[in-house]
Design a protein around this ligand. Structure first.
Ligand code: PGA
Length: 242
């Protein structure tokens, strides 16, 4: 596991964009799995700037979501489908996102994970981390060998989406997610964490025991993981890690 600590979220965004562009240079038709959330928004803006300036070319890349809400539609504000349309404007061939209105979400997300495998698997997976340690929608309690499935969202995760859905009541109570094992099959993984509210969970994920209570801690067992943190998110890491 490599730990990179940068001054602020702007620097994290540039570094995240650099790592995505490095993966693309190595493999122009890379399969990228990309996250939603507040954390990656600046990185997506930086990547869109690079595409507009012809500094990056996603034309042959495939982009896949890592999770989506269930019991909504592709146009429901707050869904990942809407997020990707708004923020991931990279001129990529296609962006695959699970359908929030799938009749059988469990079967749908399993087919989605199968499609990723058939397409050759994830070359680079970028992740954020929830304040409760979730990665994608793998909430606390998610086993290392968990696969793509429907999950009950925790109150903390639903609350985090209140603003984009308009109210807490409007946030679906179920999500579809790639499992921890699906994410760990990515050839390389980049985890982004910014801000003081991530400091405690970043320490537990990076330095604590590998446990289902902190699903992000399973990333310790992957051979090629880079954590990119700003100083605020890294504030509780021990001196040896820093
Ligand atoms: P955030 O979400 O980037 O909005 O903090 C991270 C996550 O839940 O994965």
């Amino acid at each position: 596991m490599r730990i990179e600590i940068l001054a602020d979220e702007a620097a994290v965004a540039v570094r995240a964009a650099d790592l995505v562009c490095d993966a693309l240079r190595a493999k122009p038709d890379a399969l990228l799995a990309l996250p939603t959330g507040n954390t990656p928004v600046l990185a997506y803006a930086e990547l869109a700037r690079r595409v507009a300036a012809s500094e990056a070319d996603f034309a042959r890349a495939s982009i896949y979501a890592i999770d989506e809400f269930a019991d909504a539609t592709r146009t429901t504000p707050g869904t990942n489908s809407v997020f990707y349309r708004e923020h991931v404007r990279l001129g990529q061939r296609v962006l695959h996102c699970p359908n929030p209105s799938a009749q059988d979400p469990d079967e749908h997300i399993r087919a989605f994970a199968d499609a990723i495998r058939r397409a050759g698997g994830i070359d680079l997976c970028v992740l954020g981390i929830g304040t409760n340690g979730h990665i994608a929608f793998n909430e606390p309690g998610s086993a290392r060998d968990s696969r793509a499935r429907v999950v009950a969202l925790t109150h903390a995760s639903r609350e985090a989406h209140t603003a984009t859905f308009g109210s807490l009541a409007a946030v679906p109570s179920r999500g579809m997610t790639l499992g921890v094992a699906d994410l760990l099959e990515a050839r390389s993984i980049v985890v982004l964490a910014t801000g003081a509210r991530k400091a405690s969970i970043a320490r537990r994920a990076i330095e604590g025991a590998q446990t289902a209570e902190v699903p992000a801690s399973w990333l310790q067992s992957h051979a090629d993981v880079v954590w990119v943190l700003d100083a605020a998110a890294a504030a509780e890491l021990s001196a040896t890690t820093q």
